[in-house]
Design a protein. Structure first.
Length: 190
């Protein structure tokens, strides 16, 4: 069940992120979607139900096994090995509860023209309420905005959510097609 007040699912992280649900309409119809650090596949299920081919990547073999219903699920240690999707782009790229700064530019480059990046993860301040608490896993103020400077930001938030208690930054940003005239309309749904 979605808690509308704070945009998260009640009962934990088994349902799609409220942020991902809210902005998934920006992903072009039928476009392939990549979920980075997909875990057991909550966002893969969401986008597959919306008619998108889905690709997930995670280093945890149990998570990959649980997400095996996806069109393509890759087991890979993306922090210590090569990016297994080099040269591929997607109409939607989803990242939640994951931050590995050396991959930020690679993840952003994986968004195809007209595609969208939906990113939501922990921010500085989270160390006061729980884990993660180490600075290397917490976004600094405005860091996600800076990382997405080559994309058109449709929505951005930096703040605190109650259930469960956490500080987050989240962004919905579109890679504009090279020939974008007239201006592209990105509906702002509540």
């Amino acid at each position: 069940m979605l808690d509308i007040a704070n945009g998260t699912s009640v009962g934990g992280f088994n349902e799609p992120s409220g942020w991902v649900q809210r902005w998934s309409h920006l992903v072009p119809a039928g476009a392939p979607v990549l979920d980075v650090a997909c875990g057991p596949g909550r966002h893969l299920r969401w986008f597959r139900a919306l008619g998108h081919p889905v690709t997930g990547i995670d280093r945890d073999p149990l998570a990959v096994q649980a997400a095996a219903f996806g069109d393509e699920v890759i087991e890979a240690d993306i922090e210590n090995g090569p990016w297994p999707l080099a040269g591929r782009t997607f109409g939607g790229v989803v990242v939640t509860n994951y931050l590995w700064r050396p991959l930020l530019s690679t993840i952003i480059q994986s968004v195809e023209p007209g595609g969208v990046l939906l990113y939501e993860t922990f921010a500085i301040g989270n160390e006061t309420v729980g884990r993660p608490a180490r600075p290397e896993f917490l976004l600094q103020p405005g860091e996600l905005l800076t990382a997405c400077a080559t994309l058109q930001v449709v929505a951005y938030e930096n703040g605190f959510l109650d259930t469960p208690a956490r500080f987050v930054q989240r962004i919905a940003a579109v890679r504009m097609p090279e020939q974008a005239a007239p201006p592209t309309r990105h509906p702002l749904h509540l």
